[in-house]
Structure formats: C-alpha cells, structure tokens
Design a protein around this ligand. Sequence first.
Ligand code: PHE
Length: 331
Amino acid sequence: MSALKQIEEVRTSFLTELDDVNQDLNQIEQFRTKYLGRRGKIASLFSLMGKVSDEERPALGESLNKLKNELNVLFENKVLEFNLSRQREEDDLIDLSLPGKQQRLGSIHILEQTLSEIKDIYRSIGFHIAYGPEVDDEYHNFTALNVPEHHPARDMQDTFFIDPETVLRTHTSNVQVHLMEDQDPPIRYIVPGRVYRNEAIGYKSYCLFHQVEGIYINETVSFGELKGCLEYFVKQMFGIKKKMRFRPSYFPFTEPSAEVDIWDEERQQWMEILGCGMVNPMVLNNVGYDSNRFHGYAFGMGVERIAMLKHKISDIRHFYSGDIRILEQFI
Ligand code: PHE
C-alpha cells in the first residue's frame, strides 16, 4: 500500500472514530493513545519516511505534518466540546426550587445590649464612663471601703482569693476608690464591669455577673438627688409604669444605705437590682478627700437582673449557656 494511501486510511478511521467519542474521559484517553500517543498510529506513519525514496520523502514529510496538525486540532476541539457539554449537564442538575442555605449572622449579646442602654442613660445625664481592675488587692475591694479585716461584712460577699491579699473583685465598688485616689472632686462616673462571688448558684445568682457602679462626689449632694437619679434610670430603662421601691439597707461604705427593688411580673414578687447610699465619710477620708467639704452618693446595679426583668429571662444561667436558641431571641 502506498504511503499516501496509508495516510488517507488513518485519517478516515480517525474521523469516523472521533465522531463516536463522547462518553467519558476514559474513552477520550484511549482514543488519544491510539492515534496521537507516542506509539500511536500517527507516530507509526512517520516510520514510512525511512521506506520511501529520497525524492518522495519531502512531500511525504509535509503530508504527515499536515495530517498530524489537523488531527491534533480536531482532537482538541473534541475535548473542549466534551467538557462544555458536561458543564451544561451539571448546570441542569441545579435544583432552583431548593431553599437557599441560611447564613447565621452573629449578633450583640443581650447583656452587652443591656449594658449599652445603661451607659446611654447615664451618659445623657452627665456621667462619664470609667473602668477598673477585676483582680485587685483587698485594700481596694474591702478595706478602703470601710470593710476592715476580720469584719463580718467581708462574709456578705463570698470572695474568690487569688492569694491572701489579692481577690477577684466582689463588686465594682473597688473602682470608686481608684477613681477618688486618682482625681479631685467633683467626679461623676459610672463603672461597668465583671464581678465574682463564690456563692450558691440559683436562678438569680451566679459566680460571675456584671455590675454598673455609679459615683458622684461634689460639695453639695443629697439623698434626694440619688433617689431622683435612680428613679430616672428605672423609668428610662423599664418605662414609667414599672413598679419600683427603695428599701432601707446596710453597706459599710454608704450611710444611709438603700436598695432598689423592681416588681417581677413573672414571679409576682420584688427583685433587688441595686444597692446605693450616701458615700460614708470614712471612705472619703480614706482617699484623702475632705469629708467636711465633700459629699456624694454611690450605687451598684446588677446588669443580669436588669436584663432578666426587662426581657423576661427566667434564669441568670441563660446568659452564660451560649445556647443559640436563647441568643437568637435577642438579635
Ligand atoms: N457594692 C454593693 C454590692 O455589690 C452595691 C453598692 C454600690 C452599694 C455602691 C452602695 C453603693 O452589693
């Protein structure tokens, strides 16, 4: 058989078989090996070069190269076509009636939301915001606040000790002392922060919680102003109809002292949300203020309890559970 005829035969069978190639990658690969591979039909046609005369060789070479290029292009087009149709099949598989994937968005925790409401209310009536240490010495947490060593008042708040002189603060009142040590009166601050108590855990008590301390010191400050300030707060936070009451109480660092209760609609009982009072002159003396000239009030409120009352959250432990079903209710 002449060389040209052999070329023509390979070309024809190539074209015929190529038409049938459209099933899978395996088939394509087999076809490629058969024709275009290193030992494929086209490569073996090139061995004809050695068998023809010197005169015929250039023309044969040219035809072989042409064939090789042509078939390569045809094959590559086939592969492209195959990939395209596969892509189309995949696209057809998309079920447009399926519901979309729900993306979960993070949100601000309900405690943080409550805290920022509290801050806004006090900011609007002239309080600045300050922060202080959560790990503090006994002096700032107790002694300077007129709670001497071995005084039973230290048992009022069961304390976590870091070492014999260092505590996890049991209230934000330690920051009252820091602020007064650092600045001369008048001062007017609220101090949000975390506090820790080693006490029995229940629906309204946890081993850690948040307080917002308030302190106002000036030349003339009255108990009436303290009451007015706290009433204003409760009305802003809960609405003017919310039932509240002041109840006489005792704190070593205030005199006189009181607590504020809010009516808990769910449980039909009072819930204490804060302690307050006129800053005890002993405390003013401890920080070097002239207690004959300066007076002040202070309060410390529980953020969790305020959030519980406002949002009908039944248990303080919900704030720390990280349960998505709780978190989602307050987005
Ligand atoms: N520190 C008190 C408590 O944690 C609250 C309080 C603050 C009372 C300031 C009076 C004045 O219970």
